[in-house]
Ligand binder design. Structure first.
Ligand code: ADQ
Length: 447
């Protein structure tokens, strides 16, 4: 069997390489076990001239990490502008905040071509290539242009919008034509698949995608949640609650996660269900993300104001309704915070999957599980019908669900959690990666 070559924009940093990070790293780590593997991508470093460099190879626990630098201009135009200020909002259905410039498109293409140039130098004919995410959509076509005949798969971690939205992207038709170069295109949900297939039809292309919903490593996360429950920091959180219920929100600080909408939902709960005043604490943990992109700066200001406003309006001298953190919390502690929480509030306006919802479920204590309040617009929603599903745009809907969650009897909590946990345990990150690679292996060889 040939090697597995994984390509993603960022390759985990040396610190992350020996400990599990998010779902992608966990799933891939499993898929890479027992197979000779290379993970290629950006080092996270900058250099003056990215074309004139050799990748740095670093073998850790059987996986070779091959990384290259970007120039400052590439980082800004390829990563911040084209990927995160254009493709990200567009694919999350946010046409109103997209920012298109041809110069950014040129550099986006330049980085994809540069990645392809580096890859062809060490590829072997029987390698299987797996490309990840919206930063690298044209990479398959760039590799084919250079005569690569290996199997190439592509997985998109974010939603795929319908044609009526996608066509707003000036090079939409070109991108779709280039995506035909992939032997297999995987998306998170059936809705995404319908959308991309509609886009292909809209451009007269004969190609179809498939859904491969991503999962987590539930055993490992549950273990972390149990192992750290007596950690002094977790105890500090528990003691600080003084018997109050804990509502938990955990997301990168990103407008797709619906954090202001969630805060308005919580405020509506306090107004309409005053019996919860002082009875609960809402802890929102949102480390800063993509802070160089202006829409993220705007969101941060909005949240600073909203949290201050709600706390000012409803706090008492010995109780604050919202605790809001923008610094990251170590993953192990986070797992126990989930276990401690009575309710998880996961309210994206649009999300490819949303691993936090699955992590919350995995971290619960079967004897006394918490309740998941989940947006219909998370890719996880179709698999998680036993959550309290809400529309995040409707603050009353969020408030009603919060009240229901905070007052739900134990037997109903257990029944819902068992069904959710069965699904989270069945569709793991390892299963996701294995399934994708199996289907890719079965596709007809490229001619
Ligand atoms: P993200 O948008 O980053 O991922 P998500 O799926 O929730 O969203 O994964 C985030 C990961 O980061 C989780 O493992 C979570 O525990 C961790 N994380 C979040 N907040 C954290 C915090 N405050 N401190 C520490 N860790 C935190 C993209 C897509 C998703 C898709 C994933 C995987 O946008 O829709 O589910 O990729 O495909």
């Amino acid at each position: 069997m040939g090697r597995l070559i994984v390509v993603s924009n960022r390759v985990p940093s040396p610190r992350e390489r020996t400990q599990p990070a998010g779902g992608l790293a966990v799933g891939l780590r499993d898929a890479m076990k027992g197979v000779e593997s290379v993970w290629f991508g950006w080092s996270g470093q900058y250099s003056e001239d990215s074309a004139d460099q050799e990748p740095v190879f670093d073998k850790v626990e059987g996986v070779t990490f091959a990384t290259v630098d970007l120039t400052r201009e590439q980082y800004e135009r390829f990563y911040e502008n084209f990927s995160n200020a254009l493709l990200w909002p567009l694919f999350h259905y946010r046409i109103g905040i997209i920012d298109f410039h041809r110069e950014d498109l040129r550099v986006y293409r330049e980085v994809n071509a540069m990645f392809a140039d580096h890859l062809v130098r060490f590829l072997k004919p029987d390698d299987t290539i797996w490309v990840h995410d919206y930063h690298l959509m044209p990479l398959g076509a760039e590799l084919r242009k250079r005569g690569v005949k290996c199997k190439i798969g592509f997985f998109l971690h974010i939603p795929f919008p319908p044609w009526s939205v996608m066509r707003v992207l000036p090079p939409a038709a070109e991108f779709l034509r280039e995506m035909v170069s992939y032997d297999l295109i995987g998306l998170q949900t059936e809705e995404d698949v319908r959308n991309l297939n509609e886009c292909f039809r809209g451009c007269g292309l004969d190609k179809a995608a498939q859904a491969f919903p991503i999962g987590i490593d539930p055993k490992e996360f549950a273990q972390q949640a149990v192992d750290n429950i007596r950690d002094p920091e977790v105890k500090r959180l528990k003691d600080s609650l003084r018997g109050r219920k804990l509502i938990l929100g955990v997301d990168r600080l990103d407008y797709s996660k619906g954090i202001p909408e969630r805060l308005r939902g919580y405020e509506t709960l306090l107004k309409r269900y005053p019996e919860h005043l002082r009875g609960a604490v809402f802890l929102q943990i949102s480390p800063l993300s993509r802070a160089g992109v202006s829409s993220y700066q705007t969101l941060r200001r909005e949240l600073d104001e909203l949290v201050g406003f709600i706390n000012g309006q409803h706090a008492d001298f010995d109780w604050t309704p919202i605790r809001y953190l923008t610094q990251p919390v170590p993953r192990a502690l986070l797992a126990s915070f989930h276990r401690l929480a009575d309710v998880a509030l996961v309210t994206p306006l649009r999300d490819g999957m949303n691993l936090v919802a699955k992590e919350f479920v995995a971290a619960q204590d079967a004897a006394d599980p918490g309740v998941l309040v989940l947006s219909h617009f998370a890719g996880a929603a179709p698999e998680m019908e036993n959550a309290l599903l809400i529309n995040p745009y409707d603050c009353d809907d969020v408030a009603d669900a919060l009240d229901q969650a905070l007052t739900m009897p134990l037997d109903e909590r257990q029944k819902r959690w068992e069904a959710l946990n069965e699904e989270v345990t069945r569709n793991t990150a390892a299963h996701w990666a294995r399934h994708f690679l199996e289907v890719l292996g079965e596709t007809a060889s490229p001619s």
